[in-house]
Design a protein around this ligand. Structure first.
Ligand SMILES: Nc1nc2c(c(=O)[nH]1)N[C@H]1C(S)=C(S)[C@@H](COP(=O)(O)OP(=O)(O)OC[C@H]3O[C@@H](n4cnc5c(=O)[nH]c(N)nc54)[C@H](O)[C@@H]3O)O[C@H]1N2
Ligand SMILES: Nc1nc2c(c(=O)[nH]1)N[C@H]1C(S)=C(S)[C@@H](COP(=O)(O)OP(=O)(O)OC[C@H]3O[C@@H](n4cnc5c(=O)[nH]c(N)nc54)[C@H](O)[C@@H]3O)O[C@H]1N2
Ligand SMILES: [Mo]
Length: 567
């Protein structure tokens, strides 16, 4: 499926995804789908903009996704709403799933998720009857210690209702950054070469060894979320990390449990940061390599729908900067492996020739068709790629069938307790982007919202704490604390605190936990125990925030110029 197809769905199940803040352009498709008559089911603990325009809002208790998904499967099966023919022809494991979800009655689902059993029934019926129904999911699914299971659970719903392989249906991870899909496609993963070719497969390794003329390792690398442990706790000298090359990432801001991350960055023997701006991580760096940004260089991005798209250079870079690919080539050459490319097309051609599923995606076709969705196996101009990955119900398993998957609900790892009675969940806001290098450098955006950021809390909780809108409060977890402003709102349920993660002072990642999903290694950013404390001396707190801001800025080499500053 492709992003524009959102408009063709008749039912949209929007699960842990807040397009209005995160992807306003995608959100427009959702609005247009609704104008064309689509029904919307929103699954989110907050009243998001999507929740407001939804037909059914399942305002679940955070961390209960799997229970809710299993309960929906239960209803669809029990009420005979399955697409029996699709199941028989294109799937395996249905009987096991049927037995497995028997105990996930809507009443049991309600116990865990706090969504009324009848609402679960209504939502399951609406989803099952939509022709077609599409699922969109986001970080409200992925940022839990049980994340991959939930994605497979959502795929169960699509499989049992035959919502695969045709227009306007399927299950869509609305991936975060413009090129996060591309980074994975190009092998920026610990276990694969470009094109998802596993480093442990001998024939694959031999192919790359032949092309590059050097012996290659068959060791799987480590995910970045394991780096702090490998620096701080690893005893085996062969496994310790001594040098860390960080590029296009700001772990000192965006990774969980910042005290630990920052300790690792301090301890590691050699840290290189390659970035387009000064960021938090760069303050720990031994070497900073300045790179050009989008607009100053060209290349290919992959959209979340597997579509390769060319992007262009439209201004000449200023100052002592180079394109990322040039920097890599120069370092490689200096390290004894000469790497010479004239332009990005040369790199691209080498890459597609080594990746069977991209071979046909030539620059010529990207130009001609505006984009090509992989797999695209043939250079023949007629092969325009693959809009539907599971076309006609053909799946990538050896038997060509989609496999149902059973998983019990597991609670988040750190639950509310006597000392930390509230739940902290961390999300996005529309005006700023991730580590905020890019948006924080924009004066207009900074004038809309600036340090120390906000904590959204239920109005009643604020009343009980005796705190008002804009007042500075202390948010604490087992791992640390930060100061931020209080934002009372009816949009979040009682007992929870929602913060965004780009602030230096209101840095919620000082509080979050590094519990990971065992498969994806993504941290549980959406759930940890916290408490909020009123600060009696607001004058002191305001002064403290101003001073801390000035101190961080000076550490980052930022001069507060008349018209604002560069981060
Ligand atoms: N303006 C802006 N846009 C961005 C970004 C940014 O920083 N700023 N970041 C980009 C990136 S990297 C990404 S990955 C995307 C992410 O985009 P989204 O996936 O929309 O990300 P979030 O806002 O983190 O989380 C989505 C929703 O999950 C909900 N949620 C929390 N807990 C649960 C739960 O237990 N169950 C369910 N079902 N939902 C839950 C939250 O309330 C939130 O509304 O956005 C991208 N776009
Ligand atoms: N608490 C909490 N933490 C989170 C999340 C959350 O929901 N809650 N979300 C997580 C998610 S989904 C993500 S994706 C991460 C994002 O976190 P990060 O990836 O760390 O943050 P970004 O701001 O997207 O960008 C990282 C760096 O890339 C640089 N950059 C931009 N373009 C280029 C370029 O062309 N070349 C080079 N060399 N550098 C460039 C930017 O200046 C920035 O310093 O944060 C994660 N952290
Ligand atoms: Mo992301």
């Amino acid at each position: 499926m492709g992003v524009p197809e959102i408009e063709e769905a008749r039912v949209l199940l929007i699960f842990g995804y807040n397009g209005a803040d995160s992807h306003p352009i995608v959100a427009r498709r959702i609005l247009r789908a609704r104008q064309k008559g689509a029904k919307i089911i929103c699954v989110d603990p907050r009243v998001t903009e999507t929740a407001r325009i939804s037909d059914i809002h399942m305002q679940l208790k955070g961390g209960s996704n799997m229970a809710l998904v299993n309960a929906m499967a239960h209803v669809i099966i029990e009420e005979g709403l399955c697409d029996e023919e699709f199941i028989a022809r294109h799937t395996t494991g249905y009987e096991e799933l049927k037995t497995f979800v028997e105990r996930y009655t809507p009443e049991y689902g309600e116990e865990i998720s706090h969504v009324p059993a009848d609402t679960i029934r209504e939502a399951a019926r609406l989803y099952a009857k939509g022709e077609p129904s599409m699922i969109l999911y986001g970080m409200g699914v992925c940022q839990f210690s049980q994340a991959v299971d939930v994605v497979k659970g959502l795929a169960n719903l699509a499989l049992m209702t035959g919502n695969f392989g045709k227009p306007g249906c399927g299950i869509g991870p609305v991936r975060g950054q413009n090129n996060v899909q591309g980074a994975c496609d190009m092998g920026a993963l610990p276990n694969s070469y470009p094109g998802y070719q596993n480093v442990t497969i001998p024939e694959v390794r031999e192919k790359f060894e032949k092309a590059w003329g050097v012996p290659l390792s068959d060791h799987v690398g480590i995910p970045m979320t394991h780096v702090p442990d490998r620096v701080l706790k690893e005893k085996d000298p062969m496994k310790q990390i001594h040098a860390y090359y960080v590029f296009g990432e700001d772990p000192a801001q965006s990774d969980p449990d910042l005290a630990e991350v920052r300790e690792a960055l301090e301890k590691v023997d050699f840290l290189i940061v390659q970035d387009i701006f000064m960021n938090r991580t760069a303050t720990y760096a031994d070497v900073i390599l300045p790179a050009t940004s989008w607009g100053e260089h060209e290349g290919v991005f992959t959209c979340c729908d597997r579509g390769f798209q060319r992007f262009r250079k439209f201004i000449e870079p200023e100052g002592d900067v180079k394109d990322d690919w040039e920097i890599i080539s120069l370092i490689s050459t200096a390290m004894g492996y000469p790497m010479h490319y004239e332009n990005t097309e040369e790199i691209w051609n080498e890459m597609i020739d080594l990746c069977p599923s991209y071979t046909g995606a030539t620059y010529e076709k990207l130009e001609k068709y505006g984009g090509v969705q992989w797999p695209c196996r043939s250079k023949d101009m007629e092969d325009k790629g693959t809009p539907y990955l599971h076309k006609d119900g053909n799946f990538a398993n050896p038997d060509g069938k989609g496999k149902f998957f059973c998983a019990d609900w597991r609670p988040p790892k750190e639950l509310e307790n006597d000392e930390y009675p509230m739940v902290l969940s961390t999300v996005r806001e529309v005006g700023h982007y991730s580590s905020r290098t890019m948006t924080g450098n924009c004066r207009t955006l900074r004038s809309l919202e600036d340090e120390p950021g906000w904590a959204q809390m239920n109005v009643e909780d604020c009343r009980e704490l005796g705190v008002e809108e804009g007042e500075l409060v202390k948010v604490l977890s087992k791992r640390g604390y930060c100061i931020t402003r209080c934002m009372p709102t009816e949009r979040v349920p009682k007992g929870s605190v929602f913060m965004t993660y780009q602030w230096w002072i209101g840095a919620c990642n000082k509080l979050t936990t590094a519990h990971l999903d065992p498969v994806s290694n993504t941290p549980e950013y959406k759930y940890c125990a916290c408490k909020v404390k009123k600060i009696e001396d607001q004058k002191w707190a305001e002064k403290h925030v101003r001073e801390e801001y000035a101190e961080i800025r000076s550490k980052m080499g930022i001069q507060a110029a008349k018209e604002g500053y560069a981060l």
